[in-house]
Ligand binder design. Structure first.
Ligand code: PEP
Ligand code: MG
Length: 316
């Protein structure tokens, strides 16, 4: 029955009244590309480059090895967008050559962009490899930094991209509540936002994403998280820029409609979820998604938010 419901699920992501929401794939490297292409992904919304570094966490891979991996992914989407995230090391993804040992709270320590700014050579090599990999390709390359906390972080990243001669759009992930609260100021330095709802939930609720006992607080339907998504999307709209979602939240078809109603401009997810999200989004108008989003935000719990959104969309 699930398959039958997907019968008409091809083509670009859009609501029933034609409001486009590009559906992109999250990939960890070239091995994930065939599934993304098969699912009809309109590009890559999150290339988690730290997966290329996991074989040997003591040393960074050479520039040549990186160029090859990036080029394979870029070539798979000749007309599409590819959003590459620079190394997000630390906390749940430690890499010996970047992550400080013995931090009392690794999730609150030197991770993500912070570790790259402490190791400018590693960032420079990665950006140079991206510049070389994209040379001569028509692809629309976007490069973003994880764990951006404020405007100074966004500026440091954009400066590093310019210094490496990268011809791409530079963006910031919104994974820390401060970045959502001050999204407009961050957008003075970068051209797009991408919400990492996994970390954004972790930091909004002070609930470690690796601790099952607090998983209730990791639920992306939490209205407080929806509020931060709305703030970020509104800021991007006011600045005439885009704001996607690349966390797990985007892979829940009903929540994808709510995120669209909150003003998110693209959704990136594991390839397997794309057909379900595409089929669900195609059933509702943008106005219905907006009403579902407003109903969810008016609730006080994740469970109530989900039920309220479902009720609006099923016309109850
Ligand atoms: C996120 O935090 O939501 C995200 C997309 O990044 P990661 O899961 O790789 O930390
Ligand atoms: Mg993250």
């Amino acid at each position: 029955a699930r398959k039958a419901a997907l019968g008409a699920s091809t083509g670009p992501g859009a609501t029933s009244d034609g409001h486009k929401v590009p559906l992109l794939a999250n990939v960890g490297g070239p091995a994930d590309v065939p599934a993304a292409v098969a699912a009809g992904a309109e590009g890559v919304g999150l290339f988690r480059t730290e997966f290329l570094f996991l074989d040997d966490s003591k040393n960074a891979p050479s520039e040549e090895k990186q160029v090859e991996a990036y080029r394979t992914v870029l070539e798979a989407f000749p007309e599409g967008r590819v959003v590459v995230r620079v190394l997000d090391a630390g906390a749940d993804k430690p890499l010996d050559f970047l992550t400080p040992a013995d931090e009392p709270n690794p999730a609150l320590g030197v991770r993500g962009l912070r570790s790259l700014l402490d190791h400018p050579d590693v960032l420079r090599t990665q950006l140079t490899a991206l510049a070389k990999a994209s040379e001569g390709l028509p692809v629309y390359l976007e490069v973003m930094a994880p764990m951006v906390a404020d405007r100074a972080d966004a500026k440091a990243f954009a400066d590093a991209c310019r210094e490496a001669g990268l011809r791409a759009k530079f963006g910031a992930m919104v994974e820390i509540p401060s970045a959502a609260l001050r999204a407009r100021s961050i957008l003075q330095e970068v051209e797009f936002l991408s919400l990492g709802t996994n970390d954004l939930a972790q930091y909004t609720f002070a609930a470690d994403r690796q601790v099952g006992a607090v998983s209730r607080l990791q639920d992306p339907w939490q209205p407080a998280l929806l509020d931060l998504v709305a703030l970020s999307a509104e800021a991007a709209k006011a600045e005439g820029k885009s704001c996607g979602v690349c966390g797990e939240a985007a892979s829940d078809p009903l929540l994808a409609c709510v995120l669209t109603g909150l003003g998110v401009t693209s959704l990136s997810m594991g390839a397997a979820s794309i057909p379900y999200v595409r089929a669900t989004l195609a059933k509702y108008t943008l106005a219905q998604c907006e009403r579902a989003a407003a109903a969810a935000r008016a609730c006080d719990s994740a469970e109530e938010a989900r039920t309220a959104a479902q009720a609006v969309l099923s016309g109850e």
